[in-house]
Design a protein around this ligand. Structure first.
Ligand code: ADP
Length: 271
């Protein structure tokens, strides 16, 4: 925008200076585009199981009305599709709740070693189904971060579930908790989940935490995925002042690490 400015006391009507202001609308437009994309993606993801449900209802009302075997089979598929929709809605709600709270720093002291045990216990059935042994290495002393317990559990659960789903059946999954340092030298906790599956090609790595981004959509759907898990992990870590790092070599598996600012027990007790 160009604004002519007349300074006080000037004799003629011509402006003394021209004020040039640059309003960069690009970031705003980008946010609007992202929001529109998100709504379009979410609607599409919900429409897919809904279309299947409507199709099966129609078949049950018509051709399959008196076929008991077909009815049982279709009801099973309909239940799976409805469950998928419910999971999608749960994940969308969790994401928006985390985003709404993004400005609030979570402040409850949480021992990450306890969270690891809890998550591993909860996923033993899935691990057994996949014939995967989960190996845990945590320090003996508590590893305390200031956080939101439920969100941290949810984030770790997502990473371990992914390792079980996309890693190799019959192989190991390693969960390691260890202290480390940020690039700036501050103490941090590093919680890694490593699998020995097919891994992820490098071109996908930067996009993995985008909502609905999946390397193989059919595979993800078959595994009951929503494409929102890693977006959720990223948001949880951002809110905790941490970050997610991902390393993978094709054919050798993948490693996802949660980095969280570390509090020593003394600093928590001392405030
Ligand atoms: P989803 O609900 O599809 O699992 P996520 O956001 O958790 O969504 O993961 C996004 C995609 O990243 C997955 O669909 C999968 O393609 C890929 N991915 C995640 N974890 C792994 C892993 N451990 N090994 C290989 N690919 C993975």
């Amino acid at each position: 925008f160009v604004t002519p400015v007349k300074l006080a006391g000037g004799a003629d009507s011509r402006p003394d200076i021209l004020l040039l202001t640059f309003n960069d609308l690009t970031p705003l437009r980008r946010v609007e585009e992202m929001r529109a994309d998100f709504v379009a993606n979410a609607s599409h993801e919900l429409r897919t199981p809904l279309a299947a449900l409507l199709g099966f209802i129609e078949t049950l009302q018509g051709p399959a009305r008196s076929d008991a075997v077909a009815r049982e089979k279709f009801l099973g598929i309909m239940q799976a599709q409805a469950t998928r929709m419910a999971r999608l809605i749960d994940d969308l709600l969790s994401l928006s709740r985390i985003e709404l709270n993004a400005h609030l720093q979570p402040s409850t002291p949480v021992d990450l070693a306890v969270i690891v045990r809890q998550v591993v216990d909860g996923l033993q059935t899935l691990a057994r189904d996949r014939e995967v042994e989960i190996k845990v290495a945590t320090p003996e002393a508590p590893v305390i971060v200031l956080g939101d317990r439920d969100e941290l559990i949810r984030a770790l659960e997502n990473l371990v579930e992914n390792a079980l789903k996309y890693g190799a059946a019959g192989k190991r999954v390693d969960i390691t908790l260890a202290p480390g340092q940020t690039r700036a030298g501050a103490p941090e906790a590093r919680l890694s989940v490593r699998d020995y599956g097919p891994g992820i090609a490098p071109e996908h790595l930067p996009r993995l935490t985008e909502r609905f981004y999946r390397v193989d959509v059919a595979d993800s759907r078959q595994q009951g995925g929503t494409g929102l898990g890693l977006a959720l992990v990223k948001h949880v870590l951002n809110r905790h002042g941490g970050r997610l790092s991902i390393e993978s070599t094709l054919g050798q598996g993948a490693s996802f690490t949660m980095h969280l600012p570390l509090r020593t027990a003394e600093s928590v007790i001392g405030g």
